[in-house]
Design a binder for this molecule. Structure first.
Ligand SMILES: Cc1cc2nc3c(=O)[nH]c(=O)nc-3n(C[C@H](O)[C@H](O)[C@H](O)COP(=O)(O)O)c2cc1C
Length: 200
């Protein structure tokens, strides 16, 4: 493994998704000495919502070097260059925060990261492990008092659309339930990391 792309989403200095995503990256680095980390901090440098220029460039099939696609090309190139991706993100209102959604809108681009076929969309990027650390104030699940999770299936579908199927979710729940909730989530995270981080 030579390059790790780290995508950080929370704007909070005390962010737990950031803290655990950094720990995941450190653990991967410890196994792959000399690997390089590219940091894409979506809170400090949020991608803009798609503009009318971006829509036109995509809808008219503009060349990849069209200046309207410059940011999209840069973000896709960062992803293509990564052997492994580590994302740290909160759940916001049952799904991804809008900054991560904006990143997706620049990266998931027809004729570039996927193509259309009569059988459906075909991913154009090669597969690689993506570790997604998600931070939740509450708990997700099927019981009536629990909340729905649109984040996990959404990210699985979106990455698989562009050809990336190896998604590994580390879910940190109950983070607004006091210090005990945080400690339990962190304990669970460490045993998850012992078993689920990419080896190669
Ligand atoms: C706008 C907003 C929406 C949120 N929506 C949810 C939610 O749908 N489900 C949930 O469990 N927590 C929700 N939370 C709580 C955060 O996910 C939780 O505090 C998380 O720890 C924040 O991530 P961080 O610690 O990495 O900053 C929300 C928080 C904010 C500010």
């Amino acid at each position: 493994m030579r390059t790790i792309l780290q995508i950080l989403v929370s704007p909070r200095t005390q962010s737990i998704s950031r803290r655990v995503a950094l720990e995941v990256t450190d653990r991967i680095l410890a196994r792959h000495l000399g690997a390089r980390v590219t940091v894409r901090d979506l809170a400090r440098d949020p991608p803009p919502h798609p503009s009318s220029e971006l829509y036109e460039a995509i809808l008219t099939g503009a060349a990849h070097d069209d200046p309207r696609l410059e940011l999209s090309e840069r973000l896709i190139a960062e992803l293509e260059a990564a052997d492994c991706v580590v994302i740290g993100t909160p759940m916001n209102n049952f799904t991804v925060p809008s900054t991560l959604k904006a990143w997706i809108d620049h990266v998931v681009r027809i004729r570039r990261s996927f193509r259309s076929s009569p059988q459906g969309k075909v991913g154009l990027l090669h597969d690689r492990p993506v570790v997604v650390v998600t931070a939740h104030g509450g708990y997700c699940g099927d019981l009536p008092l629990m909340q729905p999770d649109f984040l996990t299936p959404y990210l699985r579908t979106i990455f698989s659309t562009i050809g990336i199927h190896d998604l590994r979710f580390l879910r940190l729940e109950g983070l607004t339930r006091g210090a005990e909730g945080v400690a339990t989530a962190l304990d669970g995270a460490r045993s998850w990391m012992d078993k689920n981080l990419p080896e190669q």
